[in-house]
Ligand binder design. Structure first.
Ligand SMILES: Cc1cc2nc3c(=O)[nH]c(=O)nc-3n(C[C@H](O)[C@H](O)[C@H](O)COP(=O)(O)OP(=O)(O)OC[C@H]3O[C@@H](n4cnc5c(N)ncnc54)[C@H](O)[C@@H]3O)c2cc1C
Length: 438
């Protein structure tokens, strides 16, 4: 068996298949497996995530934590044993705590008026209808396809404009880099109804500790770029990136767990629907930017980190001091631009990005830029799948297709924008191929 792509989706599929006694090889283009779930050390040996930072206890790979040896590294998100689901959101220069997972706390949320909070009851029929359609699932957003009919901008703009501007817009810009007009209300409602009990966690050596643990238990060939997969022939050709040599394999089965854009580039022999589906999948750019400030700086004097609504600042998404996720006893300055500005800066250098961010931070907090001494910046031109209107319908159709014999797909774009979802797609792919082989 060959798995193309060593992100959490591919690693999860490979591990499940290997567990059944099958021989599995994972082909990974980069020097290290993990994909968007890799972590790296920066100044003073601090671990920072290059991509995913916050995992949730519902992520299926935690059931393997003891076996794979990462159980003792798991810590609550930012040291918050209350679930790690609350965020500070700015309004009129003040920060207000918004708890995304506890609707009962909304009454105490100071950034929106009581009248606008009361208007939120109009969301209830849609939310309750979706609860019923979910049937207890967490990673099947296409179950919200019946309400994939308008954008969040349009829906919440009618129900409660303040909730849209001072909760959903800043939160989703940080989570997904997407603007409300680019998110389907079906997708928002699915995430609001499917993750009611999730607790935020991370690992002391970054979320990459999970993928590193998987990789240690698997035959992962790094530096191997998959250049062609023929669905009809069931063949896969890869190139050794150091020697340039290519090799074609004809395994019993293939899991295609590549980033979606590569799928369209390397696959041939697919039916028109799948070809169109891959070609129309869209991702949003996203950057993670952490800054080291001068030794001895008091976090309270710099100011706590908050999410910035577009009504407060059109370009800044977040700035301020926050606890280092992998070591909540330390502090770091965090600042980033709204998703659409990250997209504009794709291709510009890290220095230029830092200058663009600090210029805007300096406009609202001039005391901050002179404190910066170092940075850890991780940039992703294609970071997070987009769920615009119509996407859930397309996903529903994709998942209803007859499987291709001996070929299965895995990756976050087939479910949700999270590591838990990507892993789940790996398990689905493994399950599909196991049925084919038996
Ligand atoms: C900045 C950022 C922040 C995020 N924050 C969170 C978060 O807080 N919580 C959360 O749960 N999720 C978060 N995510 C999303 C999460 O990281 C992804 O959903 C998940 O890691 C996707 O896993 P995957 O296996 O589907 O894809 P990937 O991790 O992208 O894996 C695909 C793999 O295929 C390899 N590959 C590509 N082309 C080839 C080729 N031709 N040949 C061989 N190999 C190839 C890639 O190198 C990669 O290793 C974030 C993502 C980003 C970028």
């Amino acid at each position: 068996m060959v798995v193309a792509g060593g992100g959490i989706a591919g690693l999860g599929a490979a591990f499940a298949l290997q567990d059944l006694g099958l021989e599995v090889v994972v082909l990974e283009r980069e020097a290290e497996a993990g994909g968007r779930m890799r972590s790296a050390r920066a100044w003073d040996g601090i671990w920072f995530d290059r991509g995913a930072e916050q995992l949730t206890t519902t992520d299926g790979f935690f059931s393997l934590a003891e076996r794979l040896g990462f159980a003792d590294m798991v810590i609550p998100w930012m040291g918050d044993t209350d679930g790690g689901t609350s965020f500070e959101i700015a309004r009129d220069g003040k920060l207000h705590t918004f708890d995304a997972a506890r609707p009962q706390r909304l009454l105490g949320y100071g950034a929106i008026s009581l009248t606008q909070k009361l208007r939120l009851v109009r969301m209830l029929p849609t939310l309750l209808g979706q609860f019923r359609r979910n049937g207890g699932t967490s990673f099947e957003p296409w179950r919200a396809a019946p309400i994939d009919d308008m954008s969040v901008e349009e829906w919440l703009g009618r129900i409660s404009p303040e909730f849209l501007e001072y909760a959903i817009e800043p939160l989703w810009d940080i989570v997904a880099g997407s603007e409300p007009r680019d998110i389907s209300r079906g997708f928002l409602v699915y995430t609001m109804t499917a993750f009611t009990r999730a607790q935020g966690v991370t690992l002391r050596e970054g979320t990459g500790a999970v993928t590193r643990a998987f990789a240690r238990h698997l035959d992962v060939r790094t530096g191997c770029e998959v250049v062609a997969i023929d669905a009809a022939e069931r063949s896969i050709t890869h190139e050794d990136r150091s020697t340039g040599q290519t090799r074609t394999l004809r395994p019993r089965a293939i899991v295609v767990a590549l980033t979606w854009d590569r799928v369209a580039g390397v696959m041939s022999g697919l039916d028109p629907f799948r070809t169109g589906f891959f070609a129309s999948t869209r991702y949003q750019a996203h950057d993670l930017c952490f800054f080291k400030v001068q030794e001895g700086t008091d976090p309270e004097q710099v100011g706590r980190s908050g999410f910035i609504p577009r009504k407060e600042h059109g370009e800044l998404a977040q700035y301020g001091m926050e606890k280092v996720p992998t070591d909540p006893s330390r502090w770091v300055l965090r600042a980033s631009l709204k998703g659409r500005f990250s997209t504009r800066l794709v291709g510009r250098s890290g220095d230029e990005l830092q200058a663009e961010i600090m210029r805007r931070v300096g406009e609202v907090a001039p005391h901050i830029p002179p404190l910066v001494e170092d940075r850890f910046v991780s940039r992703w031109p294609s970071a997070i799948p987009m769920y615009s209107v119509g996407r859930l319908e397309a996903l529903a159709r994709f998942h209803a297709l007859e499987p291709i014999p001996g070929l299965a797909f895995a990756g976050d774009y087939l479910s949700m924008l999270s590591c838990g979802a990507a892993y789940q797609t790996g398990l689905w792919a493994a399950d599909q191929l196991t049925r084919f082989l038996s």
